[in-house]
Write a protein that binds this ligand. Structure first.
Ligand SMILES: [Zn+2]
Length: 260
């Protein structure tokens, strides 16, 4: 018997709402999500959603609540369902498992997981690194085509295309099933990873503009595309001359990230 499908009934709706209120307005003042006006006042509660506070905005003359303009706004399920689903998703549970544990349909849990992941990612995509940033690149074979799940060759019933064998030495390319992965690692610990089509100067410059604040200190290896980057204070180590660190100048964090 799935135990969690009964646990959410033990949750207090008021406490769930208070928790969401705390999370949403923790690091900013309470303001209207529509017109960003701070001129708001309490406006009672909803009788069908216990604990959900309502506010009146004097700027746009409309009401809003703690869930307005979030993915929970229109949901018919309780907040306890959503909190448990988020918790299980963070534990890497599958959408099938989440559906089973929450007592919802598998399509519902699939949709929730999809939305939760997208929302989580949307916070990360706008990230701009600053300070000292290390960069490195890697070419990763896209997919494990032709390999059986238990390892070894998969029985295809035809001759294998042998794409893996055709792989050329040197830099990879998206068209050859081997896209470039560029990692930007800030010394403060933040990371941006981008998958790009190739590793030309133009692509790398575009990727850098998206990931790193202009004027930041950039440490890379001696790849020509990295060296051509503009708009940054740039230093590099020369791996061909067996130079891996020169005082503060190294990109070992980015290399370590790839080894993970
Ligand atoms: Zn407003």
């Amino acid at each position: 018997m799935p135990m969690l499908s009964y646990v959410h009934q033990l949750f207090s709706a008021e406490q769930c709402q208070a928790y969401v209120h705390m999370l949403r307005w923790r690091d900013r003042p309470l303001l209207c999500p529509r017109c960003q006006s701070c001129d708001v006042r309490p406006w009672g509660m909803y009788h069908y959603r216990p604990g959900l506070k309502r506010y009146w905005c004097l700027g746009c003359q409309r009401t809003f609540n703690d869930l307005t303009h979030t993915l929970l706004a229109q949901s018919k399920r309780s907040l306890a369902h959503w909190i448990l689903a988020t918790f299980l998703l963070c534990l890497s549970c599958s959408s099938h498992r989440i559906a089973r544990e929450l007592g919802v349909h598998v399509r519902t849990s699939y949709r929730w997981c999809w939305r939760l992941r997208n929302t989580a990612i949307s916070y990360e995509t706008d990230r701009h690194l600053e300070g000292i940033v290390e960069a490195d690149d890697l070419y990763h074979t896209a997919g494990q085509k032709g390999q059986a799940t238990q390892g070894g060759q998969k029985a295809l019933g035809r001759r294998a295309r042998g794409r893996r064998k055709k792989r050329e030495p040197g830099r990879g390319h998206y068209d050859k099933d081997r896209p470039a992965i560029i990692a930007w690692v800030s010394r403060q610990g933040f990371v941006v990873i981008q998958a790009t089509k190739d590793f030309t100067v133009k692509t790398v410059q575009k990727a850098a503009n998206l990931a790193v604040q202009a004027g930041s200190q950039l440490y890379t290896d001696s790849a020509s595309s990295d060296r051509a980057l503009q708009g940054y204070v740039h230093e590099f180590v020369n791996h061909t001359q067996k130079e891996y660190a020169r005082g503060e100048v190294h990109e070992n964090r980015a290399e370590c990230l790839f080894s993970l």
